[in-house]
Ligand binder design. Structure first.
Ligand SMILES: C[S@@+](CC[C@H](N)C(=O)[O-])C[C@H]1O[C@@H](n2cnc3c(N)ncnc32)[C@H](O)[C@@H]1O
Length: 399
């Protein structure tokens, strides 16, 4: 069998299935100088002798080491996630909030042997979760302080157990159109054609996760868009009302409304009543792809909504919104989007696989979302960068 290097410059034949994405003409397969250079370069890098030479030469050693470390990180990244998961599961980071503890104290608190606690803390130290100000004494490091402070982030980390399980059979996952995965069962509204029938039991786990993970997300959106310019806001797919609470507390004169599936709307009613915001809020229920949406809001938010759905369904959702919203209404789409920044690329890599396992949705670029909005009839689309592209980018448009 020919080795990768032996295959030389044969990069595919026009007209055959491996023709370049969306391009099928002969020109697309003409090798450019940069393609030839890249093929030559790849052949060098594939050679153990070349890599060994690069590692020995003083001027190239650091590049060789950096590349080797990057590849190792790629190979072993799942171990890093599991160390983080163990720290969260044992509550180590929370135990260290605002104090230092010894290995023995942490071992007792987490019911681990001293030896195992030491091993886990050493690993957590290597990953920037904890530090040792003195031998045997532990404090939170920067990343650990963030995870310890954010219950939503911890809930997301724990919920990744389901994703890990879904990823254990990559061949069937990548081949199947609608995989029978845990995530697909978890996000009950992506299955079937009748989201309105999602039950309270099905809605509870995902609604709680969304509520808990709203804190950072809402901060990021509120820091990037001034909702004070509007008089009434409708949060479509607003879940338990966590964003409504955050925006309502910041903008005291804003009228608040929420629309979600019946089982979730009941939860929102209870949650907003508990937090004293129900008197300022109207709660509506239905299917946002087919049912009428309430009138009277000059701003509509779609937070972490479109990414859950395939293009055809997004087209239905946006057309339905366009049909029912008054001319002049501003629509604000906020979710993790693909893009050139490092944060956007990291988010797109993560969500690309997450939505694959969910069997629905995708991480789109702001331009793709603008195109979907424009196709549904919305105008004046605009991209707004946020403080944290890992979490969200905003796209606004006018009905
Ligand atoms: C990923 S969650 C996002 C929740 C909230 N916007 C947030 O950012 O925390 C998606 C929300 O859309 C709601 N949803 C899904 N399909 C729906 C539909 N067809 N009609 C109305 N709401 C729907 C879900 O119940 C859920 O609350």
């Amino acid at each position: 069998m020919a080795s990768h290097a032996d295959q030389g410059h044969d990069i595919g034949t026009p007209g055959l299935p491996w023709a370049a994405d969306g391009v099928d003409d002969r020109e697309a397969h003409q090798e450019t100088i940069s393609m030839r250079w890249r093929l030559w370069r790849n052949r060098q890098i594939a050679s153990a002798r070349f890599r060994s030479l690069m590692a020995r030469l003083p001027l190239t050693r650091w590049i060789a080491q950096r590349k080797a470390n990057q590849l190792f990180q790629l190979t072993a990244g799942f171990v890093h996630s599991q160390i983080l998961s163990a720290c969260v599961r044992f509550g180590i980071l929370e135990h260290l909030i605002d104090r230092t503890l010894s290995t023995a104290q942490l071992a007792a608190a987490c019911q681990l042997t001293h030896e195992r606690m030491r091993l886990l803390l050493d690993q957590a130290g290597r990953l920037g979760l904890v530090v040792q100000p003195k031998p045997g004494l532990w404090m939170l490091d920067d990343a650990g302080a963030v995870v310890a402070a954010d219950a939503g982030l911890r809930a997301m980390i724990l919920h990744h157990d389901a994703l890990y399980r879904d990823l254990t059979d990559p061949e069937s996952l990548w081949r199947s159109e609608k995989p029978d995965t845990e995530l697909r069962r978890y996000w009950a509204y992506v299955r079937g054609d009748a989201p309105n029938t999602v039950t309270a039991e099905q809605a509870a786990p995902y609604s709680l996760l969304m509520r808990e993970s709203q804190a950072m997300f809402a901060d990021c959106i509120l820091a990037s868009y001034d909702f004070g310019r509007h008089t009434a806001l409708l949060d479509v797919g607003g879940g338990d009302g966590a964003f409504l609470m955050a925006v309502g507390r910041k903008h005291l004169n804003l009228d608040l409304a929420l629309f979600d599936l019946p089982a979730v709307a009941v939860r929102a009613q209870v949650h907003l009543a508990e937090t004293g915001l129900l008197t300022r809020s109207r709660i509506h229920s239905g299917d946002f792809a087919t049912d009428p949406l309430p009138s009277g809001s000059d701003c509509v938010t779609l937070l972490r909504i479109l990414c859950d759905h395939d293009d055809a369904r997004v087209a239905n959702i946006l057309s339905n919104l366009h049909r029912h919203l008054a001319p002049g209404t501003t629509i604000v789409v906020a979710e993790a989007m693909d893009g050139p920044s490092e944060g956007a690329r990291l988010a797109a890599t993560y969500f690309g696989v997450y939505f694959l396992a969910m069997g629905s949705g995708r991480c789109r670029s702001a331009d793709e979302i603008k195109e979907l909005l424009a196709a549904a009839g919305f105008q004046k689309t605009q991209t707004i960068a946020t403080t944290n592209p890992l979490l969200a980018t905003l796209v606004t448009a006018r009905r």
